[in-house]
Design a protein around this ligand. Structure first.
Ligand code: SAH
Length: 349
C-alpha cells in the first residue's frame, strides 16, 4: 500500500535500506547513518552528517513515516499519556504511554479505524479506513519515546484496529522492532491482542516470536459472544479456544484472555463458572484472565459492571482454579481507552 508515490524507508530492513541507498548511487555507510537518525525520530532536514544535496534528493524520493503529535493528554492521576498522532496522509490514530515499575509501556494502534464491529468498542464505529504500515507501527514507539525522553521497553498492540487483520505489516513490524541498533524491544515484552481471527492465530503460532498473545474473549458461550462480537459468527468459542491451545502447545507461551465486564450481559457468577469450565476444557495450561471493567462509550448502550459484580466474578474464577485479576485502570481522567479521542477530534472537524 502506498500513502504517496515516495519510498517508505522506515519500513525497510537494514539490508533493504542499504540496497535502496546504493541504488541511488551513495555509499553503503550512508544507510547506517540514516537508520540511526530515523530511529531517533529525526527527519531528513536534521540529518546533519549527510551532504545537503543528498538530504534534498532523499526528501524528494523517499519519506519517513514518523507521526506528528497532534494532541497530547497527560493524566493528573497517574501520569499516563495519551497521544493523538497524525499520519503522513492526515489520518489520526491514538497511542497510550503507561509507566510501570519495570519501565514504559506503549499501547499502539494497528489500523486507522477497525472493521471488526465489536458492539462495545469506540474504534470500530466508522469502520476501517486503512491498515498501518510497519513504519507507522514503529513510528508511534519512536515518537512517544522521543517525547518522553526515555526508552519505551514494552509494547501492547491493543490500540485502535485489529492487528491480525493487518497480518503482513504486523509481522514485518515484529521483525523490525526487535533489531539491535534500532528499538531493540524484546519479544517477551510485546503483547498482541486479537478479537479471534482463528487462521491468523494459527499462522502466528508458526512464526516463532516469543510474544504474548491476548485474546479478547468477553463471553463464555457463542450466544452471548456473537451478540457482542460479530467475529464470533465466523469462528466460535470452541474453534477459538482450540486454536489457543495449539498456540500454547507450539510456543509454550501463556495466553492472556481479556474479558470486559458489561453489566447484565456477561458478568454473572453463572457466567464466571461457565467461563472456567470452557477454558479448562480447551486449554490444559497457561491461562490468565484479565478482567476489564467496561469503559462506557457514549455511542453505545452498555454499562460497566459494579465493583461488587467484578469482585464476585474474579473470586469465582480464582476458586475454580483459574488465574484471574481485575485490571487496574490507568488514566481515568484522560479517557485512556482507545478510539474515543480520535472520534472526538474527527467530530470537531
Ligand atoms: N482488536 C484487538 C485489539 C484492540 S482492542 C482486540 O480485539 O483484542 C483492545 C482491548 O480493549 C480488547 O480486549 C477490546 O475488546 C477492549 N475494549 C474495546 N472497547 C472497550 C471498552 N469500551 N471498554 C473496555 N474494553 C474495551
Amino acid at each position: 500500500m502506498y500513502i504517496n508515490e515516495k519510498e517508505d524507508i522506515l519500513s525497510k530492513t537494514p539490508s533493504g535500506l542499504e540496497e535502496y541507498i546504493v541504488s541511488l548511487g551513495y555509499p553503503k555507510f550512508r544507510s547506517k547513518q540514516i537508520f540511526e537518525w530515523m530511529y531517533r525520530g529525526c527527519g531528513f532536514e536534521e540529518m546533519s552528517n549527510l551532504p545537503q544535496k543528498m538530504r534534498a534528493e532523499l526528501a524528494e524520493k523517499a519519506y519517513i513515516a514518523l507521526p506528528k503529535i497532534r494532541r497530547k493528554l497527560v493524566s493528573e492521576a497517574d501520569g499516563t499519556v495519551k497521544y493523538l498522532f497524525e499520519l503522513s496522509d492526515g489520518n489520526l490514530i491514538e497511542s497510550v504511554l503507561m509507566r510501570y515499575k519495570y519501565g514504559l509501556s506503549l499501547c499502539i494502534s494497528s489500523q486507522v479505524g477497525c472493521r471488526m464491529g465489536c458492539r462495545f468498542c469506540a474504534s470500530t464505529i466508522d469502520g476501517k479506513i486503512r491498515d498501518l504500515l510497519p513504519s507507522e507501527l514503529l513510528g508511534q514507539i519512536i515518537m512517544a519515546g522521543k517525547d518522553a525522553g526515555e526508552r519505551v521497553s514494552h509494547i501492547v498492540m491493543m490500540g485502535i484496529g485489529e492487528p491480525l487483520d493487518n497480518y503482513d505489516n504486523v509481522i514485518k513490524f515484529l521483525r523490525l522492532v526487535n533489531l539491535e541498533g534500532g528499538l531493540c524491544i524484546g519479544y517477551r515484552n510485546i503483547s498482541v491482542s486479537t478479537c479471534g481471527i482463528v487462521p491468523k492465530i494459527l499462522s502466528l503460532a508458526e512464526e516463532g516470536f516469543p510474544i504474548t498473545l491476548s485474546i479478547s474473549l468477553h463471553a463464555p458461550d457463542d450466544a452471548t459472544r456473537s451478540e457482542i462480537m460479530p467475529i464470533n459468527n465466523a469462528w466460535g468459542v470452541a474453534a477459538l479456544l482450540s486454536a489457543c491451545n495449539t498456540y500454547f502447545e507450539k510456543t509454550g507461551r501463556r495466553i492472556s484472555f481479556e474479558y470486559t465486564l458489561i453489566a447484565g450481559k456477561n458478568d454473572s457468577v453463572a457466567e464466571a463458572e461457565k467461563l472456567a469450565r470452557v477454558l479448562k476444557k480447551y486449554l490444559k495450561n497457561g491461562i490468565h484472565v484479565n478482567l476489564i471493567p467496561l469503559n462506557p462509550v457514549k455511542e453505545r448502550a452498555f454499562k460497566t459492571s459494579s465493583k461488587q459484580s467484578a469482585a464476585s466474578f474474579c473470586s469465582t474464577l480464582n476458586a475454580l482454579g483459574i488465574n484471574a485479576t481485575i485490571r487496574r485502570t490507568l488514566g481515568p481522567d484522560i479517557n485512556a481507552s482507545c478510539g474515543q479521542l480520535r472520534r472526538s477530534e474527527k467530530n470537531k472537524e
